[in-house]
Design a protein. Structure first.
Length: 191
């Protein structure tokens, strides 16, 4: 099991938010855990946004996803639209971890409110995923221009690619007018 979420030791650690009291529930017959842990940095809320990896293969974001019943069709195979949803989460969390906030784009005071939009999305489905599979959504930066950002994504199970996607996004004002990628966004991707 994941750290902080319990294990085979007879204890079940309930999730906690920063600053809240850590609660330990003990199963009957298990050794009593009397600790009163606070969020001191030793335990953190599960990393819901995934993580960024920088290594010899380049920079990429990896978001773990489990396949639930709601993600599948009547046969237990993942429905194609679920891949689109997972890739959106991967893109959004990659941006979040780079310090790029969707909310900040809308709320910015120094320029017109803006938002990311998908201009083009192409997905190739290679192998099926099934209920209870543990997947990784991998996102990399492809080509960038002054106004567009290409993200290359893949969905993996145990290191095997199940789907590959290329997504072209751009930033538009709330009136729908395309604009150049803001400087902070270009800088976050090394451009």
């Amino acid at each position: 099991m994941r750290a902080g979420m319990g294990g085979g030791d007879g204890h079940c650690r309930l999730p906690f938010a920063p600053g809240r009291r850590h609660i330990t529930v003990t199963r009957p017959g298990a050794e009593q855990d009397m600790t009163d842990e606070r969020d001191s940095g030793s335990r953190r809320w599960p990393d819901l946004a995934g993580h960024i990896i920088d290594d010899e293969c380049g920079r990429r974001h990896v978001l773990p996803v489990r396949v639930y019943f709601e993600d599948t069709d009547f046969s237990g195979v993942v429905y194609h639209a679920s891949y689109v949803r997972w890739c959106e989460r991967g893109r959004s969390d990659f941006l979040r971890l780079l310090g790029i906030s969707h909310k900040a784009l809308i709320d910015r005071a120094d320029a017109p409110p803006a938002a990311f939009v998908v201009r083009r999305l192409a997905i190739e489905f290679l192998k099926p995923a099934r209920i209870d599979d543990e997947l990784e959504i991998v996102t990399r930066v492809g080509e960038t221009t002054a106004a567009t950002l290409e993200l290359v994504q893949s969905v993996h199970r145990d290191g095997v690619a199940l789907a590959e996607a290329k997504v072209l996004v751009l930033v538009v004002t709330t009136a729908g007018r395309p604009i150049r990628l803001p400087t902070a966004i270009r800088a976050a991707f090394g451009g």
